[in-house]
Design a protein around this ligand. Structure first.
Ligand SMILES: O=C(O)COP(=O)(O)O
Ligand SMILES: [Mg+2]
Length: 226
């Protein structure tokens, strides 16, 4: 595990590349209205993002991070959310400052880049395209590409295999404890952004190898530890 000249960098999507909570919160609240249930608002949704849309819908229905709703209600809710979020995938979302410049700098240094997200593929590809950053990612592993999601290491190891890169030459960049846990279990280095979601907690408590305020810091960080 090293930050020095990784051969491959995998970057998380929600909370790292894109501030997607405004669209996710809008879609959750329209879903709740359709079900005649109380809206939850952006602050709560921000703490609920990161484990895929299924968990997000369950959290919204139960107003609880670990809640399990009644199955028939959950099925109706998930169908409504899917329909609404499909139309509202990139309307209010935006790239965090420094993302485009950071990706550009990595591409100039010939670093190979992939995206590993817990967001399902049907929402991931359109969002990367709408943000005009899809061309930077040679590999995209979405939340439903494999049976396992982060914090399981499988999606990271799957991407490493696609790139034919060993885990010790790989770096994960993310915003939440799932990214740290998955990277550690996969044997990757892990750098976290300070500005993401992480369920309301301070990502420094997860002890990543480094914390950055912008992706533009990545090339320097790698050169400094070389
Ligand atoms: O929870 C989600 O849907 C996506 O989260 P991630 O992009 O941070 O993995
Ligand atoms: Mg994230």
């Amino acid at each position: 595990m090293t930050l020095q000249a990784p051969k491959m960098i995998l970057i998380d999507l929600d909370g790292t590349l894109v501030d997607s909570v405004p669209d996710l919160a809008f879609s959750v609240d329209r879903m709740m209205e359709r079900l005649d249930m109380p809206v939850r608002g952006e602050a709560k949704v921000r703490n609920w993002v990161g484990n895929g849309v299924e968990r997000l819908v369950k959290r919204a229905l139960t107003n609880n991070l670990d809640g399990e709703p009644e199955p028939a209600l959950y099925e109706r809710a998930l169908a409504a959310f899917t329909e609404i979020y499909r139309e509202n995938n990139a309307k209010r979302s935006h790239l965090y400052p420094g993302v485009r410049e950071g990706l550009e700098a990595l591409a100039r240094d010939d670093v190979r880049i992939g995206c590993v997200t817990n967001k399902p593929a049907r929402f991931t590809a359109p969002l990367l395209r709408a943000m005009d950053i899809d061309r930077y990612f040679e590999v995209v592993v979405a939340g439903d590409t494999l049976p396992q999601k982060k914090p399981d290491p499988a999606p990271l190891l799957f991407a490493a295999e696609q790139f034919d890169v060993d885990p010790e030459d790989a770096l994960m960049v993310g915003d939440s404890r799932s990214d740290v846990t998955a990277a550690r279990a996969a044997g990757f280095a892990i750098v976290c952004v300070s500005y993401g979601y992480n369920h309301g907690g301070d990502i420094r408590e997860q002890r990543p190898d480094a914390v950055i305020d912008s992706l533009t810091e990545l090339p320097d960080l790698m050169a400094r530890t070389a």
